[in-house]
Design a protein around this ligand. Structure first.
Ligand SMILES: Cc1cc2nc3c(=O)[nH]c(=O)nc-3n(C[C@H](O)[C@H](O)[C@H](O)COP(=O)(O)OP(=O)(O)OC[C@H]3O[C@@H](n4cnc5c(N)ncnc54)[C@H](O)[C@@H]3O)c2cc1C
Length: 382
């Protein structure tokens, strides 16, 4: 079943992106996994072809594309590997903050380079002592005549090493009550004095994705880099996190589809007891069940994407699809690896990498427990 928001133009983009990735990404992906990062050169190539932030207005270098294009781009990136999540994070998660809350002057300054790949972005919410409980972050931005002095530490930041611009979640009023009212967003640029990168983190999956710590020690941030209004940061986050969670769901379903494709091919070819593994009823039932669940997930996700594109309030549905699809991707990874037998546990088989990459999707962008607290609130239970 094809999603109603996917048109012929979207499919044309998919075909050309696929060709591009077959040449520029698939052959190098294992190398990137070993290197622990995707080279900047790949970002510039993506930019040259118009695959970064296509939704931006033409005056900033985009082509005013609808969200359907973002869906296609995220799906095709995911098919290469979940380690390319940083591209979707840049295009559909961080740059939308700049576009939505930036002044015209800020947009003119930052957005064009975000479409060319010269400027890579990141968002820094999480700290060593605060992840799910965002209101308890400790990074502070103290105002002075020239701007703000930023102090604090962030961790687990996607694109942390490559990032030229980081949207930093900080407290401009650490004594605000309730605490979330003291939160603001600052755009910190690569060469800001007092801003440095900490460790590049050693993860069990998403190996080609650079994830790092960021450190702010009396970092001097200009007044011009405050994003939106002081004290409004938490509201901005709550608005933008919807699309972030949708992007994670899109990746999860694309990963499920890829794992099923790999496993169906494998079980048809692999033989035991003189028959193909596919001929055992257990294999057929397992794969039939997974295929059903993935199609159910895809249908609900597509409906939520459509509602999001129509500007409807989808907080509840996004939370539902985020937890459900990312629980599903873990299950699919586990079952598909199992159907590969011992080979599934070997790094040379793609399913092994997918098995390592899947679990984090249920943790980031708001853990699945946090998604359930949101749904419970929407149900009037809190
Ligand atoms: C690979 C990777 C990339 C990431 N990228 C980014 C990024 O780009 N930017 C960024 O800011 N952050 C990023 N994160 C951080 C991520 O968003 C957090 O890890 C996540 O929000 C969870 O926070 P935490 O790790 O502090 O866990 P905690 O908040 O300490 O949670 C620990 C456990 O307790 C559960 N829990 C917490 N609160 C509740 C509750 N109220 N009810 C029930 N259970 C609860 C959680 O679900 C979880 O299972 C990334 C993380 C990873 C691993």
């Amino acid at each position: 079943m094809k999603a109603s928001y996917i048109t012929e133009e979207h499919e044309i983009l998919r075909q050309s992106l696929r060709k591009f990735l077959e040449k520029e990404a698939y052959p190098y992906y294992d190398e990137w996994e070993k290197a622990g990062e995707v080279p900047r050169d790949f970002w510039r190539k993506l930019g040259e072809q118009g695959y970064l932030c296509p939704w931006l207005d033409e005056k900033y270098g985009g082509f005013g594309a609808d969200f359907g294009y973002s869906v296609v781009i995220n799906e095709e990136m995911e098919k290469v590997g979940t380690g390319l999540i940083g591209v979707g994070l840049h295009t559909d998660i961080v740059v939308p903050y700049l576009e939505t809350y930036g002044t015209e002057k800020q947009k003119q300054r930052w957005l064009p380079k975000c479409t060319t790949g010269e400027c890579i972005t990141a968002i820094a919410m999480t700290e060593p002592g605060a992840g799910s409980d965002l209101a308890s972050i400790r990074t502070t931005a103290v105002e002075n005549e020239k701007g703000f002095t930023l102090n604090g530490e962030k961790t687990f930041i996607t694109n942390g090493i490559h990032a030229d611009l980081v949207v930093v979640v900080c407290k401009t009023d650490p004594h605000a009550s309730p605490a979330y009212k003291g939160i603001s967003l600052m755009v910190v640029e690569r060469d800001t004095p007092g801003f440095s990168r900490g460790r590049k983190l050693d993860k069990i999956g998403l190996n080609s994705q650079d994830t790092s710590e960021l450190i702010f020690e009396d970092a001097a941030v200009s007044k011009d880099n405050l994003l939106g209004k002081k004290g409004e940061g938490f509201y901005y986050l709550m608005n933008q996190l919807q699309q972030e969670r949708l992007i994670v769901g899109i990746g999860a379903i694309a990963a499920c589809e890829r794992m099923l494709e790999l496993t169906v091919a494998y079980v048809k070819e692999r033989k035991a007891f003189g028959k193909s593994i596919a001929s055992f009823q257990n294999t057929q039932f397992k794969l039939a069940e997974l295929q059903t669940e993935v199609e159910i997930g895809r249908t609900f996700l597509d409906r939520t994407i459509e509602a999001h594109m129509n500007g409807e309030d989808v907080v509840k549905e996004v939370s539902m699809s985020k937890w459900w699809t990312t629980d599903l991707v873990k299950k699919v990874a586990m079952e598909c690896m199992h159907l590969h037998g011992g080979y599934g546990y070997m790094e040379e088989y793609e399913i092994a990498r997918r098995f390592r990459d899947a679990p984090v999707t249920a943790i980031y962008a708001g853990s699945n427990e946090i998604m359930k607290t949101i749904i419970a609130k929407k149900m009037g239970l809190v």
